[in-house]
Design a protein. Structure first.
Length: 463
């Protein structure tokens, strides 16, 4: 993932140092040197993350952040405020302005990079859901207007507090959040078999110190489950525990509070994470509830050709504006007619449904998969270069071929299935959905010519 990071820093040496650090980690960096310049450039560039370090400008980091969050075009972009020192009052002021995180200039590079990666991933996920919503609206099937949530929208949120055995910590969290209109639940001796019960929670608060349980593994397993993948997680960390905190952020923790806990900071951060979780859920429900049969394939439950063509044009346009790569994977089932002729059309339908399930489970949440027609499927892969696209395609080919598909219920005959795959890459030009699909189709034809159960990449440098 190559995120676009915007830095606004009114100290030239500090700006250059931070830009160099981020560039060394292969982030694309844009720099502004005062608040007004930052406001103009962010609106034009729409980055993935904003870092503000403005102390001597005519408008400081807090005011610039407040203006960003009031602008519907950029309000969804995460903001980090960096300062020489951040006391409790400044952190609360920043949270009220809408900042997503705070770092002191003395923070370790590990925490900086982890936080940047974490917030960039969050932005990419939210962008994809917003794009899906816009696609549905363009197709005339979206009727609900989705705005970012207000305080009244988070009343009754369910918060799970993991007990680390420190009764003073648990009591303090419970007392602080007791003034909010949340449903608070405690869990002690928490084990991974309870993960399937997490889907209904809006937020999990977990210490990094869990006696008898590897807290980092616990976080990783929550994120590995589809049912709990998007639940907000806030961790409580000891001051100076930078290595484990950076790892926790890389594993998917959304936010953290450093001990000793400030009550107002904890309240503000919990509110932000609950709003984010519910906003994500609202976007997801809206787009799902408003999709009609005209946009989905009734057999597999995937998007259909009409939807994916509209979405692909929007995705290509977004990739051009953000100067990011994108790939399209087109594949079909080898010798599908023989499957129907040998095992019957009912078995063929079961193969299509099971293939859709295997592919959906394999791809990322930000990818879009659709049944393009008959036994042909298409996958849109945003922010993916040729090497990554080939790895994803190989994973798709493998997950289909690794085990046979369920065949006839009476005869118990399983069916071996393979796919041929074509890959096409977008450039920054005037590529249309029809253009890139035609290139992927040519690559698919080449994969079949090579003997099927193969992957081929469109040979042209651009499409």
């Amino acid at each position: 993932m190559s995120a676009r990071i915007f830095i606004a820093d009114d100290t030239p040496a500090s700006a250059a140092n931070l830009a160099e650090k981020l560039s060394s980690e292969y982030f694309h960096v844009i720099v502004a040197h005062n608040g007004l310049e930052a406001i103009d450039l962010v609106s034009a560039s729409l980055p993935d993350l904003i870092i503000l370090s403005l102390a001597s400008s005519e408008i400081d980091s807090f005011e610039v952040c407040r203006r960003f969050k009031a602008d519907p075009q950029v309000s969804h972009i995460p903001v980090i405020i960096v300062a020489n020192s951040l006391d409790s009052q400044e952190r609360i002021k920043g949270l009220d302005a809408g900042a997503d995180d705070f770092l002191s200039k003395s923070s370790s590079d590990k925490v900086l990079f982890a936080r940047v990666r974490n917030l960039s991933r969050l932005k990419m996920t939210m962008d994809e859901w917003r794009m899906r919503e816009q696609t549905s609206e363009a197709l005339g099937v979206l009727t609900d207007e989705i705005n970012f949530l207000t305080q009244k929208d988070i009343v009754g949120a369910k918060v799970l507090i993991i007990n680390n055995g420190d009764t003073s910590d648990v009591a303090q969290i419970n007392d602080i959040l007791g003034v909010e209109n949340y449903t608070l639940e405690m869990a002690s001796d928490f084990s991974v078999q309870h993960k399937q019960d997490l889907e209904d929670y809006d937020l999990i608060i977990t210490p990094l110190d869990l006696p008898g349980l590897d807290s980092l593994r616990f976080i990783a397993e929550i994120r590995a489950e589809r049912s709990s993948r998007h639940i907000s997680i806030l961790t409580i960390a000891e001051s100076g525990d930078d290595v484990r905190l950076a790892k926790a952020l890389d594993l998917g923790v959304n936010d953290c509070v450093i001990k000793p806990m400030d009550c107002y900071e904890l309240i503000a951060r919990v509110r932000t994470q609950v709003k984010r979780r519910r906003y994500h859920n609202r976007l997801k429900r809206s787009y799902q509830n408003n999709l009609t049969l005209a946009l989905t394939d009734s057999l597999t439950g995937l998007f259909n050709r009409r939807y994916v063509l509209k979405h692909l044009d929007a995705a290509l346009d977004s990739a051009r504006k953000l100067e990011k790569p994108m790939a399209v994977v087109l594949f079909d089932i080898d010798h599908f007619k023989q499957i129907n002729d040998t095992h019957g059309h009912a078995a063929g339908d079961r193969v299509l449904r099971e293939l859709a399930e295997r592919v959906s489970y394999t791809i990322r949440d930000i990818d879009v998969v659709a049944r393009y027609g008959g036994e042909e499927f298409i996958v849109i892969l945003p922010d993916v270069d040729e090497a990554s696209a080939f790895k994803i395609a190989e994973r798709l080919r493998w997950v289909v071929a690794e085990r046979e598909f369920r065949g006839d219920d009476l005869q118990k005959r399983d069916i071996p299935v393979t796919i041929s795959v074509g890959i096409a890459l977008s450039d920054k030009g005037d590529t249309t959905a029809a253009d890139i699909i035609a290139c992927a189709d040519q690559a698919l034809y080449e994969a079949k010519r090579m003997g099927r159960n193969r992957i081929a990449v469109d040979p042209r440098d651009s499409v």
